[in-house]
Design a protein around this ligand. Structure first.
Ligand code: SF4
Length: 199
């Protein structure tokens, strides 16, 4: 099977790559993730994936649109709540993966998003199946979450950068929500808290 594997980041790729190779599948990796903000973070994740690709001898397609955050913000629109924005984010990235797989003459595509315990797993699966059908492909589904701990151990051992939040500015804010509240409380304790126009 010729398979294009959409890869969200290096650490999430390690376990799925092991599973695929155990099944005799040698995928081509594909990177298109304009959901990763800000640019320095995007750069770090690209570097981590380069390291993984080199050590795993993985052929990669790096989407030439690169850090197209405008496309991501357009896709998500005003749906900034997690339950709405994440499916829109999956759709944008998996649509790009399906298009690339079809244009490259592949039989199937999949995504390392299926590895994360923090993603909306069923929504990713449903989106992949729907887009595969539209592009005349198969969606290769495995519940890569089964290897969550193994993937973490592999990433720690390899020494690659492991990010502390999913990618977008909203996920960064959610990750540090408690810290944000502590900061707001400490600022309020240092002076008068308020908004312009309040007396
Ligand atoms: S939390 Fe992750 S999957 Fe959800 S919108 Fe942000 S980057 Fe995309």
């Amino acid at each position: 099977m010729n398979l294009l594997l959409h890869i969200c980041c290096g650490p999430c790729a390690l376990y799925p790559l092991e599973v695929l190779r155990d099944e005799g599948i040698v995928p081509v990796g594909y990177f298109f993730n304009p959901n990763i903000h800000p640019f320095r973070e995007y750069e770090r994740r690209v570097e981590a994936l380069r390291t993984v690709a080199a050590s795993c001898h993985l052929e990669m397609i790096w989407d030439s649109r690169g850090y197209d955050i405008n496309m991501w913000f357009r896709a998500v629109g005003s749906d900034t709540e997690q339950k709405l924005r994440c499916p829109a984010c999956y759709e944008m990235r998996l649509e790009a993966a399906a298009e690339t797989a079809a244009a490259s003459g592949m039989d199937a595509f999949s995504t390392t998003l299926l590895y994360s315990r923090y993603q909306q797993h069923q929504a990713i699966r449903d989106t992949g199946v729907r887009l595969a059908r539209r592009h005349g492909l198969k969606f290769f589904y495995r519940d890569f979450r089964q290897g969550w701990q193994r993937g973490i151990e592999m990433a720690v051992k390899s020494g690659i950068y492991r990010q502390p939040y999913c990618g977008c500015v909203f996920s960064e804010r959610e990750r540090y929500g408690a810290r944000e509240k502590r900061l707001a409380a400490s600022l309020a304790s240092e002076g008068r808290a308020g908004r312009p126009g309040e007396s």
